[in-house]
Design a protein around this ligand. Structure first.
Ligand code: SF4
Length: 528
């Protein structure tokens, strides 16, 4: 059993169920957090609207609003932040806003870039001809030495972020893919992407594209269909960067490094530019800062006073580690602000809920973005999500000084980053990365509980079900299974997801909720 603390000074709303309306099935009002924190939260709410208004004034945006069905989801951005900040005060509230507001800014920039270059709306041909379409499920490491070429991750605004805002954002595209004859038992994430392509709802821009495999069946299914459309219909040459399956093995590293070299050569040929080593090593320094900072946040989370947790911890890491991969100088100052707040919260012993009962590692591939599950776990049951599988990526630094040896090492480092893309680094690569390392993290972070997201369409993950069960029992770890089907809410609704967790807490742990008013929320069946 984890240590229990009591925090009697929580300001503002104490029973969070008061925020919801059974009749409306959405929140009826914003949370009262005491004067200071409510004013801060309101200021950030205004800031979010300013990002969105600025985005609407960009080239091609209005035309894009009428052309693309996924665009309307972005009206719900402020509501997403309300979900991610439920019950938060003081430093955790500020950490969440600092990280998430920058993620919103980054996605808004991505929408602007897509609309500007899109042949159908902005149609800025010169701009489009200077862009590479990069796979969302890829480290953009192979772009670290191309400062003048723009990487566009068009799946981020169309599929991934849209689904953070509206849990039904992908269902139309899943139906389209299946009407086209694609199997319905693959992962809805790559299937939704291929549905968007079949429905011709992706922005079309770029001189060339780089696709990266996720080494799972859904990704292989999707990439082939999307690549055909890119090459044959839009005339966009597409390079296939193929990460090895057993990415921890020594004997695959040379192959992976050569593949990175080939991707770089492809881009050099397409744009007639040379790889810039000076810029690469500047980016490498930022990748290393990202790694060091993430390790520090995890270290604080392994103490009794975790500060930076939940879906936003994961989303910020995804954006910074994977999408940015050291290429943007905008991230380090945000990291510095978060560092300061994390240390301040730790020193002040700031807590997110009145009591912490269990210390939990969240494992498996998560739908936690379109459901406020992790923040709900803290507020409803006093279970603190210390970290999640997608945030457990590289922990070693890459070569950052420009020397002849390091230029050769750099290909191996980029390959290592690519192999350790979030999700694939654990769902593929064998039982050691998926099962064994989980117990190591439980020990390091003093966790007594694991919440296993059982993503029913991710076969590599589900295949280990019995081994997780057996080994958790041997180690005395409380293992909670929570099934879901990622971005298809028709299979498991939000209350069906929360209900599995609550059933475990009541029947196995024999505990009552900290805040019973939110055990069941009236948010099933609505988009938000
Ligand atoms: S969740 Fe699993 S099946 Fe889906 S894309 Fe990731 S690795 Fe593939």
């Amino acid at each position: 059993m984890a240590t229990v603390f009591n925090n009697k000074d929580r300001k503002g709303d104490k029973e969070l169920g008061a925020l919801y309306s059974e009749k409306l099935r959405v929140r009826k009002r914003r949370e009262w957090r005491g004067v200071k924190d409510t004013m801060y939260d309101y200021g950030r709410w205004l800031y979010l609207w300013s990002i969105m208004v600025n985005c609407t004034m960009s080239k091609g945006f209005i035309k894009g609003m009428f052309r693309y069905r996924w665009m309307s989801n972005y009206l719900f951005v402020p509501h997403m932040l309300d979900k991610f900040t439920i019950g938060l005060r003081d430093e955790p509230l500020r950490i969440t806003h600092t990280a998430m507001d920058f993620v919103v800014y980054d996605v808004a920039e991505s929408i602007k870039n897509c609309m500007r270059g899109d042949r159908r709306v902005g149609n800025d041909v010169e701009y489009s001809q200077n862009c590479v379409l990069c796979d969302e499920n890829a480290m953009t490491a192979f772009m670290m030495g191309f400062p003048t070429v723009k990487a566009i991750l068009r799946e981020v605004p169309t599929m991934f972020s849209a689904n953070l805002l509206n849990q039904y954002s992908t269902t139309h595209y899943l139906d389209i893919a299946q009407q086209f004859g694609l199997p319905g038992d693959v992962c809805p994430m790559p299937e939704a992407e291929v549905g968007i392509s079949i429905d011709d709802d992706f922005p079309v821009l770029g001189k060339c594209a780089v696709q990266v495999n996720t080494t799972c069946d859904g990704s292989l299914l999707g990439n082939g269909v999307i690549a055909k459309r890119l090459e044959r219909e839009y005339g966009i040459p597409t390079f296939q960067l193929v990460a090895p399956m057993r990415h921890k093995e020594e004997d695959v590293q040379e192959y992976a490094a050569n593949d990175i070299k080939a991707a770089i050569n492809f881009i050099e040929d397409q744009f007639g530019v040379k790889w810039d080593w000076k810029h690469y090593f500047e980016c490498a320094k930022r990748v290393n800062q990202t790694t060091r900072d993430r390790m520090q946040w995890l270290e604080i989370n392994s103490t009794n006073y975790p500060q930076f947790v939940g879906a936003v911890f994961s989303l910020y890491n995804d954006t910074n580690y994977m999408g940015n991969c050291g290429r943007s100088a905008d991230f380090p100052p945000i990291n510095d602000k978060i560092n300061k707040l994390v240390m301040q919260g730790y020193e002040k012993k700031t807590m997110m809920a009145k009591e912490y009962r269990h210390r939990c590692i969240v494992w498996g591939v998560q739908p936690q973005y379109c459901i406020d599950m992790l923040y709900w776990m803290v507020q409803c049951w006093g279970v603190v999500p210390l970290t999640d599988m997608l945030s457990m990526v590289i922990d070693r630094e890459i070569a950052e000084e420009d020397t002849p040896e390091n230029r050769e090492q750099a290909y191996y480092d980029m390959a290592w980053l690519n192999e350790n893309m979030i999700m694939r680094n654990r769902t593929h690569g064998g039982y050691k990365v998926l099962v064994d390392e989980l117990w190591e993290f439980c020990e390091k972070m003093n966790a007594d509980m694991v919440m296993m997201w059982e993503h029913m369409s991710c076969k590599a993950l589900c295949g280990m079900h019995g081994q997780f069960e057996e080994q958790a029992r041997e180690r005395g770890i409380n293992l909670v299974w929570v099934s879901h089907d990622l971005c298809d809410p028709r299979v498991y609704t939000r209350n069906a997801i929360r209900g599995q967790f609550s059933a475990y807490m009541r029947t196995v742990m024999r505990e009552e909720p900290l805040d019973p008013s939110i055990e069941t929320l009236p948010d099933d069946g609505n988009a938000l």
